[in-house]
Design a protein around this ligand. Structure first.
Ligand code: KDG
Ligand code: MG
Length: 402
């Protein structure tokens, strides 16, 4: 029997920070798992290095479920983003190994294809409405069939989701950037620019929008109602989701579909949202929700309640996560859509391979395992850079949800 012989925790910053776990077996097979938790990267690296690596040495790499249970139950302390991201990295690396040993891409181990390709949505944004519309046109010309639209709210500094360079990167500063927030200004402006985008798109292209946890339930209900005629694919994170009950009020008032879950990390965090059908799309991911093993469990629960998947796929999820997500997305019956922000050239040179993008769809690699290779030599040229996500403040200076 092969055993786990070596565990490497790799931190690199090719344009942004990524933490990667590499497990090597006594047979020389390697597996990769993403362990990146944006703005708190080194906490996961330390958890892996100091607490999980000693437990993995000598274990059977084929026992994925048992290892998951051992790390989850064995911690005694349950859930939480740091723990669940660390467990996810181990889980995904073991699926990568299992695929390589079997000579099969990971999606084949998950039951094979349920679809030909994975529908993705991209991010269009602009400092004002004309710039947003130009960006929407550019993405449509590239073949995307689903587009998320975000514009800067006039008068506010640094609106969420508005790109400055080629790729949106909110964690760009050594200390948290302070951005302004005004709910009334947003509620007045966002429906108007979304209407302009819908008019430009016509029908046949999906339109999405991320509220990014900024509204109270009744404000979110008002927003959802005000955009019903625009037929959004979803409004994302209309209100913070720690309080799952809060979504009931939004649901009572609007038929705009709801997506949430990118910051949640276990089946318990989304259980009520799913079983009471308070959301339409669950956005949990392989990297922050315990890996392929746990995400599959969440998605299977969701399928029972006609909730579809819509996994988070921002730039801070590494190409290892993109690959793992696409293997899951192509296999599960209740797939909805996959977020795709893409990565910089620098990042894609460190993490080689992975899914192929064609006409607004991602296609998994047919290589055994996940199909991603890590270039150690190149990665070593990009040392870790401390970076935080921004914070938001209301006009009176008090803190708001960013
Ligand atoms: O690290 C935080 C980002 O991943 C998040 O702000 C992106 O909300 C996001 C999205 O939907 O992509
Ligand atoms: Mg989001």
């Amino acid at each position: 029997m092969a055993t786990i012989e070596r565990v490497d925790i790799l931190v690199t910053s090719p344009g942004r920070n990524f933490v990667t776990l590499r497990i090597t077996t006594s047979d020389g097979v390697t597996g990769l798992g993403d362990a990146t938790l944006n703005g708190r990267e080194l906490a996961v690296a330390a958890y892996l290095r100091d607490h999980l690596a000693p437990l993995l040495a000598g274990r059977d790499p084929a026992r994925i479920e048992d290892t998951w249970q051992y790390l989850y139950r064995g911690a005694y302390w349950r859930r939480g983003p740091v723990t669940m991201t660390a467990i996810a990295a181990v889980d995904v690396a073991l699926w990568d190994i299992k695929g390589k040993v079997a000579g099969l891409p990971v999606y084949q181990l998950l039951g094979g294809r349920s679809r030909d390709g994975v529908l993705v949505y991209c991010h269009a944004s602009g400092a004002d409405v004309p710039a947003l519309l130009d960006d929407v046109d550019a993405y449509r010309e590239k073949g995307f069939r689903a587009i998320r639209a975000q514009a800067a709210v006039p008068g506010l500094s640094g609106s969420y989701g508005v790109r400055k360079g080629t790729i949106y990167e909110p964690a760009a500063t050594a200390l948290p950037d302070e951005q302004g927030w005004d709910t009334e200004a947003y509620l007045d402006f966002a429906p108007r620019y979304l209407a302009a985008v819908r008019e430009r798109l016509g029908s046949g292209i999906h339109l999405l929008h991320d509220v990014h946890h900024r509204l109270t339930p009744i404000e979110a209900a008002r927003f959802g109602k005000s955009v019903e005629e625009l037929r959004l694919f979803w409004m994302e994170d209309p209100t913070p989701a720690e309080n799952q009950d809060a979504f009931r009020l939004i649901r009572q008032h609007t038929t705009t579909p709801i997506a949430t879950g990118e910051v949640l990390n276990s089946i318990w965090d989304v259980r009520q949202l799913i079983t009471e059908q308070l959301i339409d799309y669950v956005r949990t991911t392989v990297v922050h929700a315990g890996g392929i093993t746990h995400l599959r469990r969440i998605f299977d629960l969701a399928a029972l309640y006609q909730v579809r998947t819509g996994s988070h796929g921002a730039t801070d999820l590494s190409p290892v996560s993109t690959a793992a997500a696409v293997h899951v997305d192509i296999a599960v019956s209740n797939f909805g859509i996959q977020e795709h922000m893409g990565h910089t050239e620098e990042t894609l040179n460190v993490f080689r391979g992975g899914p192929r993008l064609e006409n607004g769809m991602l296609h998994p690699s047919e290589e055994p395992g996940l199909g991603v290779e890590y270039d150690d030599e190149l990665a070593a040229r990009y040392p870790y850079e401390p970076r935080y996500l921004p914070v938001a403040r209301r006009l009176d200076g008090s803190l708001h949800d960013w």
